[in-house]
Design a protein around this ligand. Structure first.
Ligand SMILES: Nc1ncnc2c1ncn2[C@@H]1O[C@H](COP(=O)(O)OP(=O)(O)OP(=O)(O)O)[C@@H](O)[C@H]1O
Ligand SMILES: [Mg+2]
Length: 246
């Protein structure tokens, strides 16, 4: 099954064209990585898929599990199994992690016409996942991302992913700021969660991240479109000689 199909997507912001006939197709169970120089439009892509309305979609189609993603609001996208993880996750003071995650998973289950989780079953699920990620019970009582260190935000993000159990997860690991521990949290989290029914799109500058995750496809993006697709050896080539050859 094709999870995500983006066809000739053109996106601009404040009249400036950023995505330029962008195409990608991601099947069930595949891990794709996108690498590209600063400013080529990677985060723009992630933002459009997330439903950020600052960006103007001029033309093109985004089909997610047989439905036009651009017709869905942010909540509907999550309910359908899309999860986006950003490098700088928002702090939501006053919104406590535990009830938030409980409400989120129940909203997804309800949408799938599956039974919702009562407090006890949710607490068990949360505890099991938190333990695997080294998240303390104290942290689960806090507000989302508020005052979290970079590494704690990463852990929380992976926790949220494992609880919500999305079909397609998109990571935008922009700029910098992933220290070795955060890198390990992300890679172990993804590798533990990976299975033939899950797909990932990982946007990164780190060849090292890809060494651990071993994506099925690596795409090089320039000026708003994919200019070359291949396997992990592309990441090695970029690490050695930059983007000038593309
Ligand atoms: N809200 C915005 N307002 C104005 N310009 C924007 C906005 N968001 C993105 N842009 C511009 O769009 C272009 C692409 O930005 P984008 O963040 O998608 O690049 P990127 O590939 O993610 O880069 P990086 O590797 O540095 O994260 C840049 O020139 C950027 O300045
Ligand atoms: Mg970016």
């Amino acid at each position: 099954m094709i999870f995500l199909n983006i066809n000739n997507l053109n996106v601009s912001i404040e009249g400036k064209k950023i995505l330029n006939d962008f195409n990608i197709s991601i099947n069930e169970g595949e891990v794709h990585a996108i690498m590209g120089p600063n400013g080529c439009g990677k985060s723009t892509l992630a933002n459009v898929l997330a439903g950020n309305e600052e960006y103007e979609v001029n033309s093109g189609k985004v089909i997610f599990k047989n439905q036009d993603l651009l017709d869905l609001n942010i909540e509907e996208r999550a309910q359908k199994g899309l999860f986006l993880a950003f490098q700088y996750p928002v702090e939501i003071p006053g919104v406590n992690i535990t009830p938030f995650l409980h409400a989120s998973i129940n909203s997804k289950l309800k949408n799938e016409k599956k039974p919702e989780l009562d407090n006890l079953s949710f607490a068990k699920l949360l505890r099991k996942n938190a333990e695997e990620l080294g998240i303390s019970t104290d942290m689960l009582k806090r507000s989302i991302n508020t005052g979290f260190s970079g590494g704690e935000k990463k852990r929380y993000e992976i926790l949220q992913m494992s609880i919500l159990n999305p079909e397609l997860t998109i990571f935008d690991e922009t700029d910098s700021g992933l220290d070795v521990d955060a890198l390990r949290i992300v890679t172990e989290g993804i590798n533990r969660f990976k299975n033939p029914k899950k797909s990932f799109l990982i946007i990164t500058h780190y060849q090292k991240l890809l060494d651990y995750i071993r994506p099925d496809y690596v795409h090089v993006m320039r000026n708003g479109k994919i200019v070359k697709s291949g396997d992990i050896s592309l990441a090695t080539e970029i690490e050695a000689s930059g983007y000038q050859n593309f």
